[in-house]
Each structure stands twice: as C-alpha cells, then as structure tokens.
Design a protein around this ligand. Structure first.
Ligand code: SF4
Length: 271
C-alpha cells in the first residue's frame, strides 16, 4: 500500500501536449507519442494478441516527461554515463524542486517504446526518476522490464511512497524530506525498515536546522548501518563548504555530494 493516495495529483492522461517550458527531449529514435493510439483495453489489439509478458510490455503505458543521456549527477554512481527516464507527476511540492516542469504534461509511452528508446543509447546504467516515479502504477512494470533487459537500474524516489513493491534488482535512492523542504510530513518512515545495502538514503539540506534534524534522524534510526547515506546541499540555498565543515566537525558517517550536472551544466534541461 502506498503511504498516501499515489495517483491523486497526477496529470490527466490526455493530450500529447508538451509541458510549457519543458526541455527538448533527446530522442534518437524519434518515438512518436502514443496518444493517438486507439484504446487498448477491450480493443482490437487485446483480441488478437496473447495475454503474455510481451503483451503487457506493449500495452503498459506511462506518462514520460523526458528521456535523455547524461552523466549521473548524484548518488554513489556519480559521473557514470546513464540514461535517465523522467516520469511525469509528483504529489509533493518541495521548496527547492528543480523539476517543476515534470509536474504535468509529458507524453504517453508504452514500456516497449521506452525500452526501444533506451536501447538506442546502449547504456550500462539507467535511472528512473521524476517527479515521483512510484506515483504511476506502471512504474513497477518498467523497472522489471529494464532489469530483465540487463541494465543496472536505479530509482530516485521522494520517500513519500512505499518502496516494498520495487524489484529487488533495482538500486533505490530514497529521499528523506527535511523541514525546510516543506514536505517532511510526507516521509514514509516504514520505508526505512525495507532498505538494504543495495540502496541509498538522500537528504537535501537547506539550512543549519535541516542539518541538525538530519543528524538526529541519522543517529536515531542508525541509517548508516542500513545503507549509504548522502547529504547534499540544496543548490543555491546552503553553502556547500559550510555543510562540509559541519560533516567533518561532527564526524558523520555520510557521503557529502554536490550535484555534478548543476556544476557542469547549471541544471540546463536535457542534462
Ligand atoms: S519529490 Fe522531487 S520532483 Fe517532487 S516536488 Fe520534491 S524535489 Fe520536486
């Protein structure tokens, strides 16, 4: 069960309309929108094709904001060439959110379409991100299909929705939202008991109060014993050198990270 109503704030599944101000997607294959396809459930396709895993891959639809190839900007895989699949929609509204363009818009793709597009980059690593990817129920099908295709798959999630259904082959990057994010009340604390050494926890910190709060949560839940813990300063809000001094002063067992894509490309779309 999700920690909250996961579909409550998703955009309507109409359209094929690009989000206003959204980045141009890097689409080597030029995969067309599925919005013009006829309805599948009960339609001609479902009468002709077997109800197999392949069939599910062909008909499972997701709303996608962008698919692009770049360097991993955070986590322990920082710097690795990676294909990013950004799913549309998020039930949170973090104060520092830098992907607001993914709250709505996007285009519908089948899992098969997404796999085809990802394959054109011939990547080793694939990251499913958002928005909040788990807010779309077909995200699970996508993750399984990507793992089955042989990719090293990671999932970036807000930590507001339950992660228990995520395929165990997927590396889960789970945020814990801090007070200054404005969304700390949505943290799904039950997720902490589900984490393994394969996963990572991430705090994005906005100020000293956030830092103190995160330090307390770290110690209270022995987070560093569960998996790697990442502390990252909110870009343009918390001075990175200051955060580094706090982490060193308190000898915290965390990894401090700066977001590589912001240093390289100033968070330009498509990176
Ligand atoms: S969870 Fe992520 S995508 Fe959603 S509002 Fe927060 S920062 Fe933005």
């Amino acid at each position: 069960m999700p920690c909250q109503d996961s579909d409550a704030q998703l955009p309507p599944r109409h359209g094929g309309v690009e989000p206003s101000g959204a980045p141009a997607r890097s689409t080597p294959g030029g995969i067309p929108s599925r919005c013009d396809a006829p309805p599948v459930a009960g339609g001609v396709a479902s009468q002709l094709l077997p109800q197999s895993a392949d069939f599910a891959t062909n008909v499972s639809q997701l709303r996608i904001s962008e698919i692009f190839y770049s360097l991993q900007g955070e986590t322990s895989r920082i710097g690795l060439p990676t294909v990013f699949i950004r799913l549309t929609g998020c039930p949170l509204r973090c104060a520092y959110c830098d992907t607001r363009y993914a709250f709505s818009g996007g285009q519908n793709y089948s899992v098969a379409d997404i796999l085809k597009q990802v394959a054109e980059y011939a990547p080793h690593y694939v990251t499913v991100t958002g928005g909040e990817p788990l807010a779309q129920k077909n995200c699970q099908s996508l993750l399984i299909a990507l793992c089955d295709a042989g990719y090293e798959v990671s999932l970036e999630t807000s930590g507001a929705l339950e992660i228990s259904e995520v395929d165990s082959r997927v590396m889960r990057i789970v945020d814990i939202k801090t007070p200054a994010s404005g969304e700390a009340g949505k943290n799904c604390w039950a997720n902490l008991s589900l984490l393994t050494q394969h996963d990572e926890i991430k705090f994005v910190l906005c100020d000293e109060n956030d830092y103190r709060w995160a330090k307390q949560i770290l110690r209270q839940h022995h987070l560093d014993k569960k998996c790697a813990v990442l502390f990252s300063p909110a870009h343009g809000t918390l001075n990175a050198a200051q955060l580094a001094e706090w982490v060193l002063r308190d000898r915290l067992p965390v990894r401090m990270l700066l977001q590589l894509h912001k240093l390289l490309w100033n968070n330009a779309p498509g990176h």
